[in-house]
Design a protein around this ligand. Structure first.
Ligand code: GLC
Length: 756
């Protein structure tokens, strides 16, 4: 009897506590915060991995300090889970992290899943005959190479519906760090050397995903410009370069698209870890830009949880017992004022109450993958960049094609790491060309397919962290000559894999072509040119390589990494079904040493972890405009199958903006789309400035021959300011501004001047 009474009274008091405890809704957040215990608050800000995942993740990068040891007894307990609000990282298998709910107060979990090229969750689950494949969309650099925010938004509207229908709440994307140096391993996920292009593409990306009622996490905030020693390397950057280059894109996204969350970066900025940087996260991001969401760390970011919370970094992902202990000890010792913690909890709850999980959305696990496959096929064809075309492209149908190069048969459709997608299939270039009606040289195709199959059989299966690639084979002169006799045209693919966690190297097979790639190109050009036939090179990579060989082939098409419909997208462009309209979002210089950051990448003066951004604001075309002789293919460059004329450029001041318009006419023989760039050269004033800076851009609709379109663009006068680091404020210099309408940063079509 006694026992029944005690159990009864315990249940009663629990029920009473439950009954008294406010249940979270969008109108009682402050009340819920007040009702939370200290442990419950810390539980919300430290991710669920602390229960189920590995305690310390990959640990600090080599050369970086070990973590402080803390007593973690009793802090790693198995979570309760009722299956409905179950939160341990099994709720959506393969999600990168989730939040520990506090059921007593109606606080649910929140599921955070990668990544920029599509949702990454496990496609199969033990004991479950259903599949959970996601669409592998093109990589970030292809979206920016399309210069098409509207297309980007359509792509990510589809991507966001997969986030919603597979039960996740936040997509850990877009990734938008500046291409400071072409050897950064993650450039494939990022957009550009220019913050305006990066910011506009990222803003469109966020709007698309969030139109589904799910969130994004714009990353990595900020100046995460390399992978070497990423967990703590220090970026020494002037405040002007931060403001005008490395933060500007994030500012655009926050102000134009209100992302639900931001992910702080691993690195230090001027000596302070981004995730512990109150100036960055609270003063600038929230105080100046009005960011309303919450900030999470990158995964296992170097942690001093208390300092991260005090900086306004609200959530520590994926969560470790160490972090929980650190924050608990800090509050109890007074090292961390509880009000910082309350602010973080409040900001997380403000986002949570809008999330599908909190609102018990009944997700279907059945997103429209067929429609998304068609969309990714279209999107990829809009971002490919035609760098050279000596009357080689487009190919008429049914042409006999000698298709060379391993990537033509084992096409790279996306990168590894958190940017990987568990897709159901991929269409390779050979498959896409055949499906489009091209007649591939059978003997050649068979030998490549057999070789690729045999090599892959020796390799471990690809998984998100490692995508094995197959070594290129040597093409003999006799084989090339025979192929030249049998076929009408040669296509040769050169590929590079990409992934997070490491930067690229100045070696053959990476930045430079390998010996095999180089001699293959020579052998093919020799044989096919002797036979009076063309050689087309396809670049299948997430970034760029040394292009000192570009004079050899007749045509070069940068196809990037195109997602699961890659082969079809490539065929759509090669066949002329789609005229290439992509333009370079970064500069391709004649030599690596021409890049302004070359001497300071990945570190300066050989100091592990120290990087001086001594090029300051002169990154990309801002640098190359001063040394045009070092440019091979300029920022903003890309050919079409047709040609365009610009006329009637106007730039008029109206209120606090410049209204700009320019007419674009298709003067060629086939349809196409044109990307127009608006650069503005500011008067010198009392600061060193770039020759000109990208201030707006637009892309025409598909124009038929002789058709025209007038593009109108607005540039806010405030966007013409420079940051005065001495007075720590933005300044608009008076004087004459030169407004240019350009087809690339080195192809100015029209200029007008405006006096401000
Ligand atoms: C990774 C990446 C980040 C990703 C996160 C979760 O290390 O830096 O982009 O979203 O961890 O996988």
């Amino acid at each position: 009897m006694k026992r029944i009474l005690t159990i009864g009274s315990a249940l009663l008091s629990a029920a009473v506590a439950f009954a008294q405890a406010p249940q979270l809704n969008k109108n009682n957040i402050d009340e819920v915060v007040k009702a939370m215990t200290l442990e419950e608050k810390i539980t919300l800000v430290v991710g669920a991995n602390r229960f189920v995942g590995d305690e310390n993740g990959p640990g600090p990068a080599p050369g970086m300090p070990e973590r402080r040891s803390v007593d973690m007894t009793g802090l790693v307990e198995k979570p309760k889970s009722d299956g409905v609000t179950a939160f341990s990282s099994g709720r959506v298998k393969g999600a990168a992290g989730d939040v520990v709910p506090v059921e007593r107060l109606g606080i649910t979990t929140m599921v955070l899943a990668d990544g920029p090229a599509g949702l990454r969750i496990d496609a199969t689950r033990p004991g479950d005959e259903n599949t959970y494949y996601c669409t592998a969309f093109p990589i970030g650099s292809l979206l920016s190479a399309s210069w098409d925010p509207e297309l980007t938004q359509r792509v990510t509207t589809a991507m966001g519906s997969e986030v919603l229908e597979y039960g996740a709440d936040v997509l850990l994307a877009p990734a938008m760090n500046i291409h400071r140096n072409p050897l950064c391993g993650r450039n494939f996920e990022y957009y550009s050397e220019d913050p305006l292009l990066a910011g506009k593409i990222a803003a469109a990306y966020v709007k698309g995903v969030q139109s589904n009622g799910v969130g994004t996490s714009v990353k990595h905030f900020a100046a995460n410009s390399q992978e070497t020693l990423r967990n703590g390397q220090n970026a020494s950057v002037s405040e002007r370069a931060l403001r005008e280059i490395y933060l500007k894109g994030f500012e655009i996204v926050v102000k134009e698209a209100q992302p639900w969350t931001i992910m702080s970066s691993y690195n230090k900025i001027n000596g302070v870890l981004a995730s512990e940087n109150r100036w960055l996260i609270t003063d600038v991001l929230r105080g100046e830009w009005g960011f309303k969401g919450f900030v999470m760390t990158d995964w296992w970011a170097e942690e001093n949880g208390a300092r991260q919370i005090a900086a306004g970094n609200d959530m520590l992902m994926p969560g470790t017992p160490h972090q929980y202990a650190d924050i608990l000890a800090a509050v109890e010792s007074g090292r961390l004022d509880i009000r910082f913690l309350d602010d973080c909890v409040r900001r997380i709850l403000q986002v949570m109450v809008a999330s599908p999980t909190f609102n018990r959305y009944e997700y279907s696990n059945k997103p429209d993958l067929a429609a998304h496959a068609a969309l990714t096929r279209e999107a990829a064809s809009q971002g490919m960049v035609l760098l050279k075309n000596g009357n080689a492209l487009p190919l008429a149908k049914k042409r006999k094609v000698a298709l060379f190069g391993v990537p033509s048969y084992d096409t790279m459709v996306g990168g590894s790491g958190s940017g990987y997608v568990n897709r159901a299939y991929k269409v390779t270039v050979d498959e896409g060309l055949e499906a489009a009606g091209f007649r591939l040289d059978k003997e050649l195709a068979a030998s490549y397919r057999e070789y690729v199959k045999a090599e892959k059989a020796k390799q471990p299966a690809e998984y998100f962290w490692i995508i094995p690639t197959v070594e290129e084979t040597v093409i003999g002169p006799a084989e090339a000559e025979a192929a030249a006799r049998r076929n009408d045209v040669c296509i040769y693919s050169i590929g590079r894999m990409a992934g997070e966690g490491g930067d690229r190297t100045l070696t053959p097979g990476d930045w430079y072509l390998s010996k095999t790639e180089e001699t293959n190109l020579d052998v093919l050009c020799e044989a096919f040119h002797k036979a009076g036939k063309k050689v087309i090179v396809l670049l299948n990579m997430g970034n760029i390589v040394d292009m000192s060989w570009s004079s050899k082939p007749d045509a070069i098409l940068h196809t990037w990494m195109d997602g699961q419909e890659a082969g079809n997208s490539v065929a759509d462009v090669l066949s002329g079904k789609v005229s290439p309209s992509g333009k370079l979002p970064m500069t391709i210089a004649k030599h690596y040493e021409d890049y302004s950051s070359a001497k300071d990448f990945p570190m300066s003066n050989g100091n592990p972890g120290d990087v001086n951004y001594d090029e300051d604001i002169f990154v990309g075309y801002r640098h190359f405009d001063r040394y045009p002789e070092t440019i091979l293919y300029p920022f903003g460059f890309g050919l079409s199958y047709t040609s365009f004329e610009y006329s009637g450029l106007k730039a008029e001041k109206s209120g606090d903006a410049l209204q700009i318009s320019v007419k674009v006419t298709n003067t060629g023989k086939c349809s196409g789309r044109e990307v127009v760039q608006i650069y503005v050269g500011a008067p010198e004033g009392n600061a060193v400035k770039p020759v000109k800076e990208l201030r707006a851009f637009g892309k025409t609709a598909e124009l038929k021959p002789k058709e025209s379109e007038v593009l109108t663009m607005t540039v806010k006068l405030s966007d013409l300011r420079r940051f005065d680091a001495y007075e720590r404020e933005w300044k608009l210099d008076k004087g004459e501004y030169v407004v240019s309408a350009a087809a690339s940063s080195q192809d100015i079509r029209e200029n007008v001047t405006v006096t401000l």
